[in-house]
Design a protein around this ligand. Structure first.
Ligand code: UD1
Length: 417
């Protein structure tokens, strides 16, 4: 088990490159199963969730080679349709292999997926959508079997909630289905568009990704393609938070402004200046931050639930009251108890958290409880007086590539032990 030791109070400066997006890379790696041969993926970050995906692909018979941030996936050897429970449990995103294996082999045998415990994370929308596409699905002793021996059929699928994962599963499965699939109330996250871009490069026909209605014309054969993963907007929001809590100016390279449209105004409200030049963002934080007002997490293009915890670190040291309303996941305030140990003034009632900014945070031993929460603790520790020790950083390694190296390169005092 590794720990982070963070000496707070340093001013940051300099430039950091934003890593490729985990949430884009994972479904895209699964989607590589749809075409026979070698796909090349650039900007794949070094993360334990990506390692899990590589393990799954290799278990299925594919060859995967890494050269720096490039992953080369050759699916010619695909010879299985099952994923063992120990791999399924490692991350929520493993459920995307249901649609990918169904489309590639006509069958998938999986178990319920794992992932961070941030509230109930049912897969009912994935199941009902794949059923609409003609899959026969049975569950026995926790094992899920998906079958479509004659192939999947296009269908109209109206999602009751714009689930990111369910939208991805449908797009992947429908890309090789017979006929046209129309998804209404589809998730509009940039990661959906990235997946569609990769699939279209493979010869699929996915239209409307990034909008509420997505139309997929199924194709019998897809070809492998090369693809660059988009930058990670949540990592960008985390580093913006690091700049804000330390009153610093930093430059972030590889940021797509439209992906951060709901986040930037929160920093501006706090008094930060945010400027763009192409894909570079400069953020300059004031010495005294103002409250961030009201932040409601909603599906894209609204404020992302994944950025709630890092921005709470900013709210914790901003003057005045910031109110968070978490509308996507039920238990996504696990970091609050740890923030309070640092001296933050936060009250939670159901899905609402009220943060009364304090003048100073003080170091304390902390325990990370989920991925984004652990990054938020690191951000808060940058603003705390003294040395903060954060336990269980394996959460961090699921989504942040060498955060300690990135923060150190910006001038923070961060050590991994
Ligand atoms: C993805 C992201 C995660 C992000 C989330 C919301 C990946 C790997 N993860 O997760 O970082 O926090 O989007 O932006 O991309 N739901 C159901 N039934 C389902 C599916 C979802 O009720 O079948 C509910 C969930 O419990 C949750 C909400 O819908 O309350 C959002 O989930 P979803 O959009 O599916 O998130 P994920 O794809 O799991």
């Amino acid at each position: 088990m590794s720990k982070l030791l963070i000496d707070g109070g340093r001013i940051l400066g300099g430039e950091a490159k934003i890593q490729g997006s985990k949430n884009s890379a994972l479904p895209i790696l699964a989607a590589s199963l749809l075409s026979k041969g070698e796909s090349v993926f650039f900007d794949c970050p070094f993360l334990s969730d990506i390692d899990t995906s590589v393990k799954i692909l290799r278990y299925l018979g594919c060859s995967v080679k890494r050269s720096g941030h490039t992953l080369i996936v050759d699916t010619k050897g695909l010879n299985r349709d099952d994923i063992p429970e120990n791999m399924m449990r490692l991350m929520r995103s493993s459920i995307i292999y249901a649609g990918a294996l169904l489309a590639a082999t006509g069958k998938a045998r999986l178990t319920f997926p794992g992932g961070c415990e941030i509230g109930p994370r049912p897969i009912d929308l994935h199941i009902s959508s794949l059923k609409r596409l003609g899959a026969e699905i049975t569950e026995r002793h926790g094992e899920l079997t998906f079958k479509a021996p004659k192939g999947l059929k296009g269908a109209h699928i109206a999602l009751s909630f714009p689930s990111v994962g369910a939208t991805e599963n449908i797009i992947i499965a429908a890309s090789k289905a017979n006929g046209t699939t129309v998804i209404t109330n589809a998730a509009r996250e940039p990661e959906i568009t990235d997946l569609a871009d990769y699939l279209n490069a493979c010869g699929a026909s996915v239209h409307g990704a990034g909008e509420g209605t997505v139309i997929i014309d199924g194709r019998e054969n897809l070809r492998p393609a090369n693809h660059s993963i988009i930058p990670d907007r949540i990592v960008a929001a985390t580093l913006m938070s690091a700049s804000a809590v330390t009153g610093s100016e930093i430059l972030l390279d590889g940021v797509i402004k439209s992906h951060l449209d709901a986040i930037i105004p929160c920093f501006e409200q706090a008094g930060c200046k945010v400027e763009f030049e192409k894909q570079k963002m400069k953020i300059r934080a004031p010495q005294k931050l103002k409250s961030l007002g009201l932040i409601r997490t909603t599906p894209f293009p609204g404020f992302p639930t994944d950025a709630q915890a890092p921005l709470m670190a900013v709210a914790a040291v901003s003057e005045g009251i910031t109110v968070f309303s978490e509308n996507i996941f039920e238990s996504r305030y696990k970091h609050v108890g740890e923030f309070i140990r640092l001296g933050a003034d936060i009250k939670v009632e159901g899905k609402v958290a009220v943060v009364d900014g304090v003048k100073k945070l003080y170091s304390a031993p902390l325990c990370a409880k989920d991925l984004r929460g652990s990054a938020a603790l690191a951000v808060a520790a940058l603003a705390a007086e003294g040395t903060t020790e954060i336990d269980t950083t394996e959460y961090l390694e699921r989504g942040y590539e060498d955060l300690e190296v990135v923060l150190s390169s910006l001038g923070a005092s961060v050590k991994k032990v």
